[in-house]
Design a binder for this molecule. Structure first.
Ligand code: APR
Length: 261
């Protein structure tokens, strides 16, 4: 692993446009389960519960499930804190090495760790959005309105439209701004670090495939507990283990290299 970390530090230190693509695996060390590992959320909750059709059929039912997952601690994003992996990527941005993070996560932990250029590819579950006028409300305000009995399916205070968590549900489009920025960043990048994602969900999984089609192809570094489903097609440097441990050691190697030059 030391040799892989040293090689990755060299690749990053000499890169011009390194970006990261992160998934749920970067937040498991913050206490948020991922989706497809043993014990992951989809091994306990039907993913169909997070489809837009199911939400529209019965929004009250969704909000009850949302509050149950939060109160049971099974998926309580508000109580989670950034872990060393989030902080390492934020530091790499401050060093001018990492230009942007495209995250599939909806937990806001990259921003709370200090990362600035964060593309929320699947939205953000810590806010709710009106499906009519797009105005936003903190999710805890909406949760309070449900828990106080004011409403089982809260509506927008501006226009009366239905409120929905501002995360991308199955069957919904990726927010156009996020998609556009991700495409621009992917086309510009010369290094892509993929952290904590199984690369099973599109169009996010298209990102590492697209950067390998560039001329010259970007270097893809993968940090995962187990190899992603695309590692044979896209990964140049594969580091298997804890994101918190590997990214902290990578940051240390980067800072040592930068200080020596
Ligand atoms: N360190 C490194 N890798 C980890 C860690 C960790 N501490 N914990 C888990 N992983 C790895 C797992 O081995 C797995 O490969 O992270 C990956 C998580 O994969 P998924 O659970 O499939 O999560 P993700 O790839 O983010 O899912 C993509 O699917 O359901 C949708 O919208 C949801 O954004 C999500 C998308």
């Amino acid at each position: 692993m030391e040799a892989l970390i040293a090689k990755t530090a060299e690749v990053l230190a000499t890169s011009k446009n390194a970006i990261a693509l992160t998934g749920a695996g970067i937040s498991t060390e913050s206490g948020i389960p991922d989706f497809r590992s043993p014990g992951g959320l989809w091994t306990r909750v039907d993913p169909g519960e997070f489809s837009i059709d199911r939400f529209l059929q019965n929004p009250s039912r969704f909000w009850r499930m949302h509050l149950d997952l939060k109160s049971s601690g099974d998926f309580d994003l508000a109580s989670a804190d950034p872990n060393p992996a989030h902080y390492a990527l934020a530091r790499m941005e401050q060093m001018g090495i990492l230009k942007c993070i495209i995250t599939q996560n909806v937990d806001n932990l990259h921003q709370r760790a200090g990362s600035v250029e964060v593309v929320e590819f699947h939205g953000n579950l810590l806010r709710a959005a009106c499906m009519k006028c797009r105005s936003l409300e903190p999710i805890e305000d909406v949760e309070a309105r449900i828990e106080s009995g004011e409403s089982e399916a809260p509506r927008c205070r501006n226009c009366g439209g239905l409120l929905k968590p501002d995360a991308v549900f199955f069957g919904e489009a990726i927010p156009s701004r996020a998609l556009m920025i991700s495409q621009v960043q992917s086309q510009k990048c010369d290094v892509l670090i993929v952290v904590g994602t199984s690369l099973q969900v599109y169009p996010a999984a298209q990102i590492p495939l697209s950067v390998k089609l560039k001329h010259p192809p970007a270097v893809v570094v993968e940090v995962n507990r187990e190899p992603s489903s695309l590692h044979e097609q896209v990964t140049d440097i594969l580091m298997i283990g804890s994101a918190g441990d590997i990214l902290s050691r990578l940051l240390e190697a980067l800072e040592t290299r930068v200080n020596l030059h």
